[in-house]
Design a protein. Structure first.
Ligand SMILES: Cc1cc2nc3c(=O)[nH]c(=O)nc-3n(C[C@H](O)[C@H](O)[C@H](O)COP(=O)(O)OP(=O)(O)OC[C@H]3O[C@@H](n4cnc5c(N)ncnc54)[C@H](O)[C@@H]3O)c2cc1C
Length: 278
């Protein structure tokens, strides 16, 4: 199987997607209903994954499904499903508030048959693998947030230097300077946290859930605040589509929602603190 995928990955032509969420299983990811049953040399998958990034564009899909439904999520396993597999289709492209250049679709599996060796890891370890994967991937959402915050700050500063009101560039008003200063402080703090968390993860700690969640929450809340403030600094022009900050503000919102909402991240941090101070 490895030989089959590695060349196209190396060429940069292989897109991947991650299918966890279902209509009834968002924050409560343990509520998934998709099943996988072994039939001879093939797994047969049934279920629908919702709002999957790169859905319909990717060639390979990591799908979590119940292989032992009586055990609930402890009986879940991970599979590799390929574009074109029999019984595997897509829903319509979602019409979203932001990140509109990124396709989001349903993944529909109706008696979807895949070879037996497409099971990833051991049967029954799917949920643990998914949770560990999210621990590592969340700081990458935080990194996106830092880029977005920095871009919004850049736009706001350039604009504030050019825009003249009351015969002065608006950057000369202390109220505007303080907004820009706060934006810069927040972006820099988030950047430091992302690098710090990345170093922490590179050291392969036993548990990284708390640091990963803290990083995601701080940076993505920062991106929402800084992009909103960039629109404010630019006034009515910031609200118009001619300038990029309204798009940045719309794009920032998803960062607080996907890869686990910021409320769920705060739950994780709180639970870890409770354990640490036991
Ligand atoms: C554009 C987009 C792309 C996505 N891409 C993917 C993808 O590639 N793969 C994938 O698997 N999923 C993907 N998702 C799904 C995403 O991860 C979920 O939307 C997210 O986890 C939240 O689930 P939900 O939307 O069902 O919200 P819900 O779980 O219904 O939550 C609604 C609200 O209730 C709050 N809430 C729920 N439970 C609790 C609790 N216990 N404590 C406190 N607050 C709580 C939430 O924080 C939220 O504010 C994507 C979603 C979107 C919108």
């Amino acid at each position: 199987m490895k030989e089959k995928y590695l060349p196209s990955v190396a060429e940069g032509s292989c897109w991947a997607a991650f299918g966890l969420t279902e209509a009834g299983a968002g924050s409560d990811a343990a509520g998934i209903k998709t099943t996988a049953v072994l039939d001879g040399d093939e797994w047969v998958l049934n279920g629908t994954k919702q709002w999957i990034t790169n859905g319909g564009e990717a060639q390979i899909y990591t799908i979590i499904a119940l292989t032992n439904p009586e055990k609930g999520i402890r009986g879940a396993s991970l599979f590799l499903v390929e574009d074109g597999d029999p019984g595997f289709t897509y829903g319509k492209k979602e019409d979203k508030m932001g990140i509109r250049a990124s396709a989001t679709r349903e993944l529909i599996m109706k008696d979807c048959r895949i070879p037996k060796d497409r099971l990833i890891g051991k049967k029954g370890t799917g949920f643990i693998t998914v949770m560990k994967t999210l621990d590592v991937s969340r700081p990458s959402i935080a990194a996106l947030a830092v880029g977005l915050g920095q871009a919004a700050l850049d736009e706001a500063v350039v604009y504030a230097k050019q825009r003249v009101q009351f015969d002065k560039p608006i950057i000369s008003f202390q109220a505007v300077q303080h907004m820009l200063a706060d934006m810069a402080i927040q972006v820099e703090a988030a950047r430091s946290l992302v690098y710090g968390t990345a170093r922490h993860i590179d050291a392969h700690p036993k548990d990284m859930s708390k640091s990963s969640s803290m990083c995601k929450v701080f940076a993505t809340d920062m991106a929402m605040k800084v992009t909103t403030d960039a629109v404010q600094v630019m006034g009515g022009y910031g609200y118009m589509k001619e300038y990029p900050v309204e798009k940045m503000m719309r794009d920032a919102k998803i960062l607080q929602i996907y890869e686990g909402t910021n409320q769920i991240q705060r739950n994780v941090i709180g639970q870890e603190l409770n354990k640490e101070y036991a």
